[in-house]
Write a protein that binds this ligand. Structure first.
Ligand code: THU
Length: 133
């Protein structure tokens, strides 16, 4: 069973490390992997704007570098009034390591705001199994 509080804590801590001098929009993400370990990441922007990377991509890299290949659950924490749901590209990045039922929780600095499944965010998705005969 994913540990939502531990993921929220990790994502909040990661958000405070974000490098976002251009948008000033700090984002943190945390993954609970198949083993139960938690991996976090933050957005890292760049003066050449398109080269910036999202918090989700950073957390996925941390998970893969630890030798893990399955996202059991994920939390994304952003600021502002709205929901910091993963961008379109990150939905596909998450899909690589997660199934449709995987919970994706969205939070703000004050705590949890909404919960989705990956299938709700990325319906009729294309994933690794589509490439198998
Ligand atoms: N961003 C993320 O890191 N994840 C999201 O889910 C949405 C957007 C970042 C990208 C950019 O650094 C900043 O937030 C503003 O778009």
């Amino acid at each position: 069973m994913p540990d939502l509080d531990a993921m929220l804590d990790a994502a909040q801590a990661a958000r405070l490390k974000a490098y976002a001098p251009y948008s000033k929009f700090l984002v943190g993400a945390a993954i609970q992997s198949g083993s139960g370990a938690i991996f976090a990441g933050a957005n890292v922007e760049n003066a050449a704007y398109p080269q910036g990377s999202c918090a989700e991509a950073s957390a996925i890299s941390a998970m893969v570098m630890a030798g893990e290949r399955r996202i059991a659950a994920m939390v994304v924490v952003g600021g502002g009034e709205g929901l910091t749901t993963p961008c379109g590209g990150c939905r596909q990045r998450i899909r690589e390591f997660a199934g449709g039922a995987t919970p994706i929780h969205v939070a703000g600095p004050e705590g949890l705001r909404a919960s989705f499944t990956l299938a709700e965010l990325l319906p009729h998705s294309f994933g690794p199994e589509n490439l198998t005969a």
